[in-house]
Design a protein. Structure first.
Length: 232
């Protein structure tokens, strides 16, 4: 027998991502291993529930599946991108450090969905950083160089690997001490970023970032609308 309680449990720690503040408590075999019970943030509970709908194997507690969140977002994006929802999309010009990024973002269910146009920069310029939330990404056009590393705190760790990722590469970052940089090559890269519940992790951030021009927002939204029109 399984049961789920939904509420506000601010002192609980999510059994998967470790973020403080949960909205679900669950026991039984629907989304947790048999005999287990756990508290979850909305994002992690939803990905577990969706894994079950996809027929995927039950994950042990303490593991994340942001690629599942990416699957969910992509399934819903054609509807979210409808012109009638344009006012729901905010914008930011992320220009405090290369690579410069034009971001169009919206909050949907338990996740933030960000549509990015990322500009090339010189070798050695790209910001190497951790994230303040679990995330998954997909490249839609272009290609970029990505270095990855691992380390706690704010001291930059050494690079552990460097990759060249072309569209339609997908990947997730689900540990708070994972670092990376991305550096588009040849031309701007368009990508989709899905982020979950923020955890307590310091990361670089710009001050007083400005919104995009309306024409820039329109360009990015139309790029993704065009992609999904072709896909269907």
């Amino acid at each position: 027998m399984a049961d789920t309680v939904r509420g506000d449990f601010p002192d609980s720690i999510c059994a998967d991502c470790g973020a403080k503040g949960c909205v679900f408590k669950h026991w039984g075999p629907l989304v947790v291993p048999f005999g287990e019970r756990a508290s979850f943030c909305g994002a992690c509970f939803s990905t577990r529930h969706e894994d079950r709908n996809f027929g995927r194997s039950m994950r042990p507690l303490g593991t994340l599946s942001m690629l599942t969140a990416l699957d969910i977002a992509e399934r819903e994006l054609p509807k979210i991108l409808s012109p009638e929802n344009d006012k729901e999309w905010g914008t930011l010009s992320v220009n405090y450090h290369p690579p410069f990024v034009k971001r169009v973002f919206a909050y949907w269910n338990w996740w933030r969905i960000s549509l990015h146009k990322i500009y090339p920069c010189k070798d050695g310029e790209a910001l190497f950083h951790p994230h303040p939330w679990p995330s998954a990404m997909r490249i839609f056009s272009g290609r970029y160089e990505m270095a990855v590393g691992f380390g706690s705190g704010d001291t930059q760790p050494p690079f552990a690997a460097k990759l060249i990722l072309p569209a339609p590469a997908r990947y997730e970052m689900t540990h708070r001490d994972a670092w990376h940089y991305v550096r588009p090559l040849d031309e701007p890269a368009f990508s989709l970023l899905v982020t979950g519940t923020p955890w307590q992790r310091s990361s670089p951030k710009g001050e007083k970032l400005q919104p995009l021009e309306d024409s820039e927002k329109k360009e990015i939204l139309e790029f993704f609308r065009s992609y999904y029109r072709k896909a269907t």
